[in-house]
Design a protein around this ligand. Structure first.
Ligand SMILES: Nc1ncnc2c1ncn2[C@@H]1O[C@H](COP(=O)(O)OP(=O)(O)OP(=O)(O)O)[C@@H](O)[C@H]1O
Ligand SMILES: [Mg+2]
Length: 307
């Protein structure tokens, strides 16, 4: 089956978009043996840094990898050529690396990394469009065509393409949302986040991607188990976003911080070592997302390859 494309998006910052992207990438690769491509469209490059470390990110930039080159190809009216921009090895889990060494690869993670350069390239494009008197939405729609064409040859190589987006609607993130098969919305359980998440989610489905209305997977993250947060969680599920599919609620935990803090580029950790007590959440997250996908396409959920 061709890869499914899922954008992870919320206009609100710091709600766990990048962390959820990587938990899902690890979970789908580890428990389901999925081949996952992480596409980082945020110039903050957090998910790239979490997978590759600062040094790895710098090396990737020096080697000419990165999503900003895709935009440069667009600006130069060149057809997209994405294969050389991807780092095919962004696995941090020991079990996946060992299986690969034994030629028994089941589950893998690759990344199209980001860099701060992405924002500069985007601004140049915006300026170009502005001087031509063209609406920004036109830029997003041209970019959507370009990105869709870029991803087309990849859809047979991967099972899932996860797109991490910035906490604002950049032309490129808007383009990515419009070509996604579904979108994932991490949110906090507090009143400001509820309001913002509802507005954003409704706005996306009304203005950018009407086809995504029923394809929204919501994950409450960084949950502090207080009465206030429990009420907010219930409001989200039962009132504001009751027509959406909810994944497991992820608790606030220092393990989420350490899991995303890779000491160096040569370090690998077991799923237990990396996620500790959050391992159950990573498993439930990937399970519920796999079920969500299966329901959406009327196929049975994929088989688990590890417990
Ligand atoms: N479950 C959790 N428990 C504790 N801290 C968490 C949890 N999930 C994420 N965090 C931390 O919260 C901060 C924000 O998370 P993250 O970077 O994933 O959010 P984001 O939505 O991608 O942010 P941005 O909008 O800047 O892209 C990070 O420091 C991250 O390590
Ligand atoms: Mg982020």
């Amino acid at each position: 089956m061709p890869a499914t494309v899922a954008a992870v998006a919320n206009l609100k910052g710091g709600v766990g978009k990048s962390t959820t992207t990587l938990m899902l990438a690890d979970g789908l690769a580890y428990y389901y043996g999925a081949d996952v491509l992480v596409v980082d469209l945020d110039p903050q490059a957090n998910s790239s840094q979490m997978l590759l470390t600062d040094r790895g990110l710098q090396l990737a930039f020096e080697q000419g990898k990165g999503v900003h080159h895709l935009l440069e190809q667009f600006a130069a009216n060149q057809p997209p050529n994405i294969a050389n921009l991807i780092l095919p090895n962004a696995v941090t889990l020991e079990e996946l690396r060992r299986a690969e060494e034994r030629d028994e690869r089941q589950g893998w993670i690759s990344i199209l990394p980001s860099h701060t350069q992405l924002r500069l390239t985007e601004m140049e494009l915006e300026e170009k469009i502005y001087t031509k008197g063209m609406a920004p939405s036109r830029l997003a729609s041209y970019l959507a065509d370009h990105i869709a064409k870029a991803l087309e040859p990849l859809t047979n190589l991967y099972d899932v393409i996860l797109i991490d987006t910035p906490p604002y609607l950049s032309p490129v993130s808007r383009a990515a949302l419009s070509i996604s098969d579904q979108f994932i919305t991490p949110t906090l359980a507090d009143s400001v986040s509820i309001w913002g998440t509802k507005q954003f989610s409704d706005w996306i489905t009304a203005n950018v991607t009407p086809h995504l209305a029923s394809r929204n997977f919501v994950v409450i993250t960084r949950f502090k188990n207080t009465r206030y947060a429990r009420n907010a969680e219930a409001e989200l599920k039962e009132i504001y976003l009751k027509d959406r599919t909810f994944g497991p609620t992820i608790p606030e935990s220092v393990q989420a911080l350490s899991a995303m803090d890779r000491p160096d580029l040569d370090s690998y950790d077991s799923i237990r070592g990396k996620y500790g007590r959050l391992r159950g959440e990573v498993k439930r997250l990937s399970e519920s997302f796999a079920e969500f996908l299966a329901k959406r396409s009327n196929v049975p959920p994929p088989k688990r390859v590890r417990e």
